[in-house]
Design a protein around this ligand. Structure first.
Ligand code: BDP
Length: 669
């Protein structure tokens, strides 16, 4: 690398562009008066221009739109006829670059889009580009605890909390810049498991800090959200019940919300994990989730707040011998009967699959079943089950598949993307959220390539029609510059990483062959005789969980034609075969291979794929900054060793269960 640069701002680490033909536009930026977010946008443009081509734009305040015949420059102004809901129009005409939008946040997103084009050194002349976000809510959920730790965090400590206090410093501002640059407009800062001091976040003790944080966020078009403890009336308020139907509980919440909203009037609302994995909820009082959520929703309604209620509810003390109870059914069984019973400021947050962020799961059958309820899709970019940011695993191709899944809920516009965006049922629009993968590490995400998931999630949430490949390229060129060789190698690594991870870990949708609790590394029977509802049911003849009508019936929770498709081994998509069916090792897959041979082969292939990734990375060594190169190299080497461990444990396990030799005679222990 010829230049020394600071990469601590991930894709916003601007590199010098030695000769930039379009610098002219950046001499003057005309902005509207009195719009904080538009001023942020102008500031971001100047910052980028200064860093990339040493231009310090003059920022000129104008009253409204650009006067006729005005001079060259960039014009930022709201226009009630411009694209709405955070959308923008970015165009060039006669030496003037204009960004218009109905809302100031649209202008900000337009500026970041312009910056991306400059980073990629794309021509600006005659540019005409419009983007309108598909999803109203584009959120990140941080699972940060107030002691500074992060539940399922793989890139250092929290930058929101330390020693029970809120941290507000330069990193907070950098974070706001990064997330707004990819279109995120809502952030939950604390863990869904709200314990101890986190319960007090809604008390006076933290009001001043929250106010400051919300202000930093606000200038970047981001709303602050908090996770809430359903038992707060008891733990914080000293009441002896948290029953949502009790008058004193309702009064307590109303009073509490009034106070919270007095300090942060534009607080987005609250995220609630109730009656799940030991967290309190309405079940204690024989009330439904609807009663619980609606009570809170009424308390925040006067302030325009929302209650985001999670559907991750299941029996976590299941008996592993019981073949009828199925954790996969749980969210569906709990929430589908409640469709239509929620207040309009309640949004149900649904994990992408019925289990828990495994490398492969079917799309949750709640999507499609709920037709009168607002919904948010929850995915996880924290790589809890996908290599914990030590393995490279680019998840955007997975998210694309989820978003494009046809639920069959309407004749047209029936995909998950259609449902959450409000195209399927317009009054029930919601959005998408990701469990965040960031922390205090200088590169933010531990693995440098994991930043592609962070960037990619935001970009995809904004424009669900972008392809995973386009997003990878955009991230790569913004991060490393428009260097063809880097882009090609890095994008190939990214695009092959999710399939590779799937190949060397547990096969065909079965999941869960991981070490219990920390969820890292192979442990074939780690969860098999435990209470979590996470089984593979392998024996001497075959493996898989029978979820057709002769089994747990989970396949039947889908709408037709999906229910029939999942019902039979023949019609079930092969990548999900073992999720839905118990299948003998000798069963022949569509490619003619037996199931056991497929398991052996994919495990060898997965390791070979990692070797290919290493070769690709080594091939660009001279072009990548040394420290980044080394960091990624070390992780790739670890990934290779770990992939071999996975391969050997899984293959050996199935060999010893089945006694069937590998047709290719490879060494299986
Ligand atoms: C699981 C995690 C656990 C979370 C839980 C959740 O292992 O740490 O608390 O999900 O989503 O994936 O609430």
């Amino acid at each position: 690398m010829e230049e020394q640069m600071d990469y601590s701002m991930a894709w916003l680490s601007y590199r010098k562009i030695p000769w930039y033909p379009d610098r002219e536009y950046f001499r003057k930026i005309y902005v509207q008066e009195n719009e904080a977010v538009i001023h942020t946008a102008a500031k971001e443009l100047s910052r980028a221009a200064e860093a990339m081509f040493d231009e310090s734009p003059q920022i000129i305040t104008i009253l409204k739109e650009a006067p006729e015949n005005s001079s060259a420059g960039i014009y930022l102004y709201t226009d009630k006829n411009g694209p709405g809901n955070g959308g923008y129009h970015l165009y060039e005409e006669g030496g003037r670059l204009t960004i218009t939008a109905e809302e100031p946040s649209g202008i900000l997103y337009g500026c970041f889009a312009l910056i991306r084009k400059v980073q990629r050194q794309q021509p600006l002349k005659n540019l005409d580009y419009k983007e309108v976000p598909d999803n109203p809510l584009r959120m990140l959920n941080h699972w940060d605890n107030m002691d500074g730790s992060i539940e399922r965090g793989y890139s250092g400590d929290s930058f929101f909390f330390k020693n029970q206090e809120l941290l507000i410093n330069e990193r907070t501002a950098d974070y706001a810049r990064l997330v707004s640059s990819i279109g995120i407009n809502g952030v939950v800062i604390n863990n869904v498991n709200v314990k101890e001091n986190a319960t007090k976040l809604i008390s006076e003790d933290y009001a001043e800090d929250l106010k400051q944080l919300a202000m930093i966020f606000r200038n970047y078009g981001i709303s602050l959200y908090l996770s809430l403890n359903f038992a707060a009336p008891m733990e914080l308020g000293g009441l002896d019940t948290a029953d949502p139907e009790a008058a004193e509980v309702r009064d307590w919440w109303e009073k509490q919300m009034k106070q919270v909203y007095a300090s942060v009037p534009d607080l987005g609302g609250f995220l609630v994990k109730a009656d799940s994995e030991g967290r309190p909820g309405p079940f204690t009082y024989q009330r439904t989730h609807a009663q619980g959520a609606n009570m809170l929703a009424k308390a925040v309604k006067p302030y325009g707040g929302v209650i985001i209620w999670r559907c991750f509810v299941y029996n976590c003390t299941q008996d592993w011998r019981d073949r009828k109870t199925d954790r996969a059914r749980s969210a569906y069984d709990s929430f589908s009967p409640l469709d239509g019973q929620f207040e309009d400021n309640v949004i149900l947050q649904i994990k992408n699959g019925p289990m828990d962020f495994q490398v492969r799961e079917p799309v949750s059958s709640l999507f499609g079943a709920l037709q009168r309820t607002r919904q948010i899709l929850e995915v996880q970019i924290a790589q809890e089950y996908t290599g914990q940011q030590r393995h490279v695993c680019y998840l955007i191709p997975e998210f694309k598949e989820i978003l494009e899944f046809h639920t069959c809920c309407t004749k047209e516009r029936d995909t998950v993307a259609d449902i959450i965006s409000g195209r399927a049922f317009p009054q029930f629009a919601g959005g998408i959220t990701a469990v965040a993968n960031t922390g205090s590490d200088t590169n933010w995400t531990g693995h440098d390539l994991a930043a592609a998931n962070w960037f990619g999630f935001g970009r995809l949430a904004f424009s669900t029609s972008l392809s995973a490949g386009e997003i990878a390229e955009e991230w790569c060129e913004c991060t490393f510059g428009p260097d063809k060789e880097i882009t090609e190698a890095v994008c190939r690594i990214l695009m092959m990483s999710w399939p590779a991870y799937e190949k060397y870990t547990s096969p065909l949708g079965i999941g869960w062959m991981v070490n219990p609790h920390n969820h890292y590394g192979p442990n074939v029977d780690g969860y098999e005789y435990d209470r979590w509802g996470t089984y593979h049911r392998a024996d001497h003849y075959g493996l898989g969980v029978e979820r057709g009508s002769k089994g747990t019936g989970y396949a039947q929770t889908y709408l037709e034609a999906n229910a029939s498709m999942y019902e039979t081994i023949e019609d079930c998509p092969e990548e999900l075969l073992l999720f839905f069916h118990y299948v003998p090792y000798t069963y022949r897959l569509k490619n003619g291979k037996t199931l056991i041979q497929h398991i052996y082969d994919t495990h060898f292939e997965g390791v070979e794929d990692v070797q290919k990734m290493i070769a690709l990375w080594n091939g660009i060594r001279e072009r990548i900054p040394e420290d980044i190169f080394m960091r990624v190299s070390e992780r790739l080497e670890h990934q290779l060793e770990h992939a071999k461990e996975w391969r050997d444990q899984i293959n050996t396990y199935f060999y010893r269960k089945s006694f069937i030799e590998d047709e290719k005679g490879r060494k299986i222990y």
